[in-house]
Design a protein around this ligand. Structure first.
Ligand code: SAH
Ligand code: SF4
Length: 387
């Protein structure tokens, strides 16, 4: 190659960014939309196959652009059909992506960071520390890889797209995306929003805003920005109904306490595609699963239109925490329901391959020495009933 600049990976550019890039190469904006359809809808990574682009433009692309997604270093299939991929993201770091098939949908759980800085003591990713943010190409590359790999499998379940009337949008395998893999998406804001825009774009994946969910541990200022920039469905990792307990379970609570978070949820609801916020609540035996916690959650439900999603705690090697027993989870859910709050209990999927919530732990070269900053686990275990 004679060019001195390295090729631009156009997989991670949203429509506006790609149009600007294509203009810089001296081409009209519609070329960007054509390129997006080739890449994202047809899964094509070879410019020479993009037959409706002018030959000169194709040659230019071969010289100056690249379409590079991550390649998996490992694939594991669960008995329940869940698939987990491990992707090597360099310097001995790896991230994980999980596909969860159901009768009427295919959900992809995507990572946003190699590790996480928040350090929730019940989360495997949190225990590993943090190495770096993923780029937009690495985030959307997980969807690109999963959709086009699964589409090539003859027995893959296909789901009609919401925009099935458009010839360019074939039936898809991934119908829903949840940003619930490794990392805190709102602490990698720009890259995550670029990837979200591609998920929603009619010339890329064309998912409706209701089918794309960002899960956050509560980065309040970024919840407000997301409402303006790309208001997809929002899930908030609540896990505790009061500040004292939440400070210990979700350390970010010390910076953005509960009331601030609930106010941000209400502001978000003015823009959200659904008329409720999903509050995720991991069920930890003897810690946050007592009747008084359910009562406090009902007070929260009076303040914010919400649904509670109770997540049975998934253990991981080295953890001392335990999941609440099924009877406790059932009566906790019943208390919430009886109090008028819509409540579901999440089905655990893929736990035989450590692909369930909070078990994701691709290798991370920690740059944060998180264990030195994580004394909370002891306190949680010593004072389980205090909250
Ligand atoms: N960082 C974001 C998104 C990733 S975690 C967040 O915290 O929201 C996705 C969900 O899995 C969160 O609700 C998280 O709290 C939950 N989770 C983490 N560890 C878990 C575990 N060991 N068992 C069950 N759920 C867990
Ligand atoms: Fe990070 Fe979410 Fe895990 Fe907390 S639960 S450590 S915010 S990935």
């Amino acid at each position: 190659m004679t060019s001195t600049t390295s090729p631009i990976n156009i997989l991670g550019l949203d429509r506006q960014q790609l149009e600007a890039q294509v203009a810089e190469w001296g081409n009209r904006p519609f070329r960007a939309r054509q390129l997006m359809r080739w890449m994202h809808q047809r899964g094509e990574a070879d410019f020479s196959q993009m037959t409706d682009l002018a030959r000169v433009f194709r040659e230019q692309l071969v010289e100056q652009a690249a379409i590079e997604a991550l390649t998996p270093s490992q694939e594991q299939g669960s008995e329940d059909g869940t698939i987990k991929w491990l992707f090597d993201v360099g310097n001995n770091n790896s991230i994980e992506t999980v596909f969860i098939p159901e009768d009427d949908r295919g959900t992809l759980c995507i990572s946003s960071q190699a590790g996480c800085t928040v350090g929730c003591p019940f989360c495997s990713t949190g225990h590993q520390g943090f190495n770096r943010n993923l780029s937009a190409a690495e985030i959307i590359g997980q969807l690109w890889f999963a959709e086009h790999t699964l589409r090539r499998q003859p027995d893959a379940t296909r789901v009609h797209s919401d925009r099935g009337d458009k010839a360019d949008t074939p039936d898809r395998v991934v119908s829903n995306v949840v940003m619930m893999g490794m990392g805190e998406p709102l602490l990698n804001y720009d890259a995550v929003v670029t990837a979200l825009k591609l998920m929603l774009d009619d010339h890329a994946y064309g998912l409706s805003r209701r089918r794309v969910t960002v899960s956050t541990s509560g980065v309040v200022p970024m919840i407000d920005r997301l409402a303006r920039d790309c208001p997809v469905a929002l899930a908030v990792s609540l896990h505790a109904p009061n500040d004292e307990l939440r400070d210990r379970l979700v350390p970010l609570n010390k910076k953005h306490p509960l009331q601030e978070l609930l106010d941000a949820c209400n502001r978000y609801l003015e823009h959200a595609p659904r008329d409720f916020i999903t509050f995720e609540y991991v069920m930890l035996a003897g810690i946050n699963d007592q009747p008084e916690h359910a009562e406090q959650l009902l007070d929260i439900a009076k303040q914010v239109r919400c649904k509670f999603n109770l997540i049975p705690y998934n253990p991981f090697p080295g953890t001392q925490l335990r999941c609440s027993d099924p009877k406790t989870i059932k009566s906790f859910a019943q208390r919430l329901t009886d109090g008028g709050a819509v409540t579901t209990v999440r089905k655990t999927r893929g736990d035989d391959i450590a692909a369930a919530c909070g078990q994701l732990a691709g290798d991370i070269q920690d740059r944060t020495r998180i264990h030195e900053r994580m004394p909370k686990l002891k306190k949680i275990l010593i004072h389980p009933q205090r909250a």
